[in-house]
Design a protein around this ligand. Structure first.
Ligand code: AHR
Length: 662
């Protein structure tokens, strides 16, 4: 009896050991197409936060180029002494006559005077030896012989470029801009530094008697994205392009709402000549406790025309978001009475005409005049950002009616606030009752939340509105904490969540990480997808996750199952699968969220095949930085399907993309 019992226990332990060592088997069915993947699924959300536009993507090097900041000499120092304002430099405020371009600098010189202005840009000007830079001066002067000399210094105060400008009455300026009432002219000078620096300064010296009025001193590298004068920083634009985003949401974020109604984003003030684009202080100047940035202004040099153009350049569907008569509900929370919403609705209708209208329409003609007669093919727009509550619903109804009456096919994106809180549930029900097109959901949550919520959309109504996960990012320490880091663990949480978005591509039509850009020296919000300073840029682990999903988007979702269940954390693995009908590839995404490697088998292949496994892995707390940009970076290796099976090895803490040619 004892012997029999012993034998049974022994047998059971063998079976148990075998069961433990047998790898789990994942089943794929490439013939079962569950959902079509929208071309827009993975996109980007651009906002001028963390110096994302002014001081970032917009390549203007001079801070406060037009003397229009609240403190008009911000960014400027007088030379040779900091105390020579009286009688020489005077700020003229012409806002009563010209509110869009309220201030300029008036310089009065005696024949013996030699004075100047210094600007170090956004914490240092970055110059590359031998590259060309264009300085543009918008000025007017009396008929005298004032000379202007230009010097560029490196961080050691050595002169690395010189140029001269002699604005004389008989001298034809290279370009004459539209005069804003009094013969302003623009003249450009090319500067070619003989050394590289990231701590450069520009000195403009005025000498000789007379007066000169300066409205703008602007400096751009000639090497901009697509070589557009006054355009975008190539390295940042390239990093964005390399994400191959399906759409671009712009221009924000909280900047759409503004800290109050006066500071809301108004797209019509962001197009046309630079001196007509009325600058405002950013909501991010003082919205974040302990990180004040009083010199954060939006120049709108990167305005709506440039946003549409950039969308076209990077192949992203444009998704503008407009203010709906509510200012930021975290801030002043001002509400425009419904009877006064006319101009706001007009702006929305005119924007559609600007983007898509025939060149014979008023706003289509404006687009053509700016250089783009062809339409921008805008198919969707957001009404309000992160708004919530009954006032928002009321405003939204009025907007929707007006827009749908004229443009029934325009897809409208509607907000649900800023987080999955009780307010969110009220908004979700209200929006569903309104049968809106697209609901925008935002998730700034812990990495753990992202791992746990990969199944969130499995339970959503398949017949209701589409879902746009418009802002999301795993917060390593806490929501909005300044200590948040872009760790690999955060990226893996996002990847696990994204397997759920992909699996539910019939409901989730778009998703974008937020925020996109951040200056390492001057940020308000962390984590962010791409970090930069004035000469360098690096991608975070989250960037690589976004990029891998985007480059491996596929065309149709197929099932990947373990024991008939979707794979959402069993043995700490999350998975989703798609086929790409265009390339005839099978693409599987797998996250291993644990500290041990996982060996699995995958079935469902008809033949032997070869493929690749791209792996993003490492220490879960690891981050990239300007000095170690490649600490966490994907690597790709070859794999083989033998006997219709794939033996999978998932390293600890890894995101894996398997691509097999069918
Ligand atoms: O992404 C940063 C901010 O977070 C956005 O401006 C806003 O929409 C959200 O609260």
């Amino acid at each position: 009896m004892n012997k029999l019992l012993f034998s049974l226990i022994f047998l059971a332990s063998i079976i148990n050991t075998q069961a433990q060592t047998q790898p789990e088997i994942y089943h794929l069915d490439p013939t079962h197409l569950q959902a079509h993947i929208p071309s827009t699924l993975w996109g980007i959300f651009f906002e001028d936060i963390n110096r994302g536009a002014d001081g970032g993507l917009y390549a203007e090097m001079i801070e406060n180029r037009s003397f229009d900041f609240e403190k008009p000499m911000t960014g400027w120092e007088t030379w040779p002494s900091k105390r020579i304002r009286d009688g020489i430099f005077m700020i003229i405020n012409q806002s009563a006559e010209n509110p869009d371009n309220p201030k300029y600098l008036h310089v009065t010189l005696k024949p013996t005077d030699t004075v100047g202005l210094l600007n170090a840009g956004f914490e240092g000007l970055s110059f590359q030896k031998g590259q060309n830079y264009t300085l543009t001066l918008r000025f007017k002067r009396e008929l005298t012989g004032t000379n202007i000399r230009i010097f560029v210094y490196n961080g050691k105060n050595r002169i690395i470029a010189k140029a001269g400008l002699e604005p004389q009455t008989d001298l034809q300026p290279q370009t004459i801009s539209e005069s804003n009432k009094a013969n302003w002219q623009e003249q450009t000078i090319t500067i070619t530094p003989n050394d590289t620096t990231t701590k450069g300064k520009l000195l403009i010296i005025f000498e000789g008697g007379g007066t000169i009025d300066i409205d703008r001193i602007s400096l751009f590298p000639n090497n901009t994205w697509k070589n557009r004068p006054g355009g975008l920083r190539t390295d940042l634009a390239q990093k964005i392009y390399d994400l191959h985003p399906g759409f671009m949401r712009f221009p924000g974020g909280c900047i759409v709402e503004g800290k109050d109604i006066a500071h809301r984003y108004q797209w019509k003030k962001t197009i046309g000549p630079l001196h007509d684009r009325r600058l405002i202080q950013s909501i991010w100047a003082d919205d974040v406790p302990n990180r004040p940035t009083p010199d954060y202004f939006e120049s709108f040099g990167l305005g709506f025309y440039e946003y549409f153009q950039f969308c076209e350049d990077i192949g992203a569907a444009p998704m503008p978001i407009l203010n709906c008569g509510l200012s930021c509900q975290f801030d002043a929370a001002e509400v425009v009475p419904v009877n006064d919403l006319g101009p706001y609705i007009r702006d929305a209708l005119d924007l559609i005409e600007f983007a898509n209208g025939d060149v014979n329409t008023k706003w289509g003609a404006k687009r053509a005049e700016l250089g783009h007669p062809a339409p921008f093919h805008m198919k969707m727009m957001g009404v309000g950002n992160e708004n919530w509550g009954p006032q928002y619903i009321e405003h939204l109804q009025i907007f929707s009616k007006a827009i749908k009456e004229k443009y029934p096919d325009m897809q409208l994106i509607c907000a649900t606030g800023y987080s999955p809180n009780p307010q969110f549930h009220y908004m979700d029900s209200a929006l569903r009752a309104m049968h809106v097109d697209i609901i925008d959901e935002h998730y700034y949550m812990s990495p753990d939340w992202f791992f746990k919520n990969s199944s969130k959309y499995d339970h959503y109504d398949r017949t209701g509105p589409k879902i746009f996960v418009g802002e999301y990012a795993a917060q390593s320490v806490g929501i909005g904490s300044p200590d948040n880091k872009n760790t690999l663990r955060c990226a893996l949480g996002e990847a696990a969540f994204m397997t759920g978005l992909e699996r539910n591509a019939d409901v989730v039509s778009m998703a974008s990480y937020a925020p996109l850009l951040s200056d390492v020296r001057d940020w308000q919000w962390t984590p962010d997808l791409i970090w930069f300073d004035n000469s360098r840029v690096y991608a975070t682990p989250s960037y690589y996750v976004q990029q891998l999903f985007s480059l491996n988007k596929g065309t149709d979702v197929i099932p990947i199952l373990l024991n008939g269940q979707t794979i959402q954390g069993q043995d700490s693995v999350w998975a989703s699968a798609v086929v790409d009908k265009k390339s005839n590839d099978l693409i599987i995404k797998l996250v291993n969220g644990s500290s041990s490697a996982k060996d699995k088998e995958m079935e469902g292949f008809k033949n032997a095949a070869t493929g690749t496994q791209t792996i993003l892995s490492g220490n879960p707390e690891a981050v990239n930085s300007l000095d170690a940009p490649d600490a966490i970076k994907p690597i790709t290796q070859e794999i083989k399907v033998n006997n219709k099976k794939l033996e999978l090895h998932l390293p600890p803490y890894s995101f894996n993309v398997i691509r097999v040619h069918l």
